[in-house]
Ligand binder design. Structure first.
Ligand code: SAM
Length: 210
């Protein structure tokens, strides 16, 4: 009997199977230069420590690495990590699951900027709430958590099938993300943007306490 795959396994299968095609697609859009510049403008440090959650094929890693040598990126997809390693020679890349990474590891090393570009959108709200709170332990005081994800009028789960395969997405609301951040962070910046048929939220959370 074949085992029924969990939604995470289905999404992962797509990222692994279509890593090359997705990398071509992400590269055609280009890196998020203005987001990255904005993030660095809040941190008054030379060579800040940066972590990228769900770095994918490295669409943004190269640009970040030009701004700091202290970059670390991880992704659930082994194929995405293989792709980024051939593309970006500097930087420290590894395979990890964001839903486990921050709970398995102790916050011995703290980051000034943690980026999550379009990666938290595969986690449901119970998990994301825990992740956002736990991530604050890994950020220096005054450091930031830079998040971009898809939004709708209400929190929604959607199974999407396209030319890359099947993936499960969660759509949030700005209020829900701010609610998860509770008193651990303050909101420094928030913007919504419609790209194609999708509405995106960019939110910068700044850690307020030690
Ligand atoms: C939509 S892509 C975005 C990739 C990249 N950040 C970008 O913007 O081009 C989502 C990425 O998140 C990764 N991902 C999904 N679930 C994850 C998890 N639980 N832990 C770590 N990475 C995950 C996927 O493998 C994929 O590379």
């Amino acid at each position: 009997m074949t085992k029924k795959l969990s939604e995470k396994e289905i999404t992962l299968q797509t990222y692994n199977k279509s890593a090359k095609e997705l990398a071509e697609y992400f590269n055609s859009i280009g890196s998020r230069k203005s987001d990255i510049n904005r993030a660095f403008s809040y941190i008054n440090k030379k060579e800040p420590k940066v972590l990228e959650i769900g770095c994918g094929d490295g669409r943004d890693a190269e640009y970040i690495i030009n701004k700091t040598k202290n970059y670390e990126g991880f992704d659930l997809s082994e194929e995405m990590i293989n792709t980024v390693k051939t593309k970006v020679s500097k930087g420290n890349f590894h395979v990890a699951d964001l839903e486990e990474y921050f709970f398995k590891n102790k916050p011995n090393k703290k980051y000034d900027i943690i980026f999550a570009f379009a990666s938290l959108l595969h986690s449901n709200k119970q998990t994301l709430k825990k992740v956002i709170l736990r991530v604050s332990d890994f950020i220096t005081k005054g450091g930031i958590f830079y998040i971009s994800l898809k939004i709708k009028k209400v929190y929604t789960r959607e199974t999407k099938k396209d030319r890359f395969g099947t993936r499960v997405f969660y759509y949030y609301t700005p209020e829900l993300i701010q609610n998860f951040a509770q008193n651990r962070y303050k909101t420094l910046f928030m913007e919504t943007q419609i790209i194609g048929k999708t509405e995106w939220l960019t939110i910068i959370l700044q850690k307020t306490k030690n």
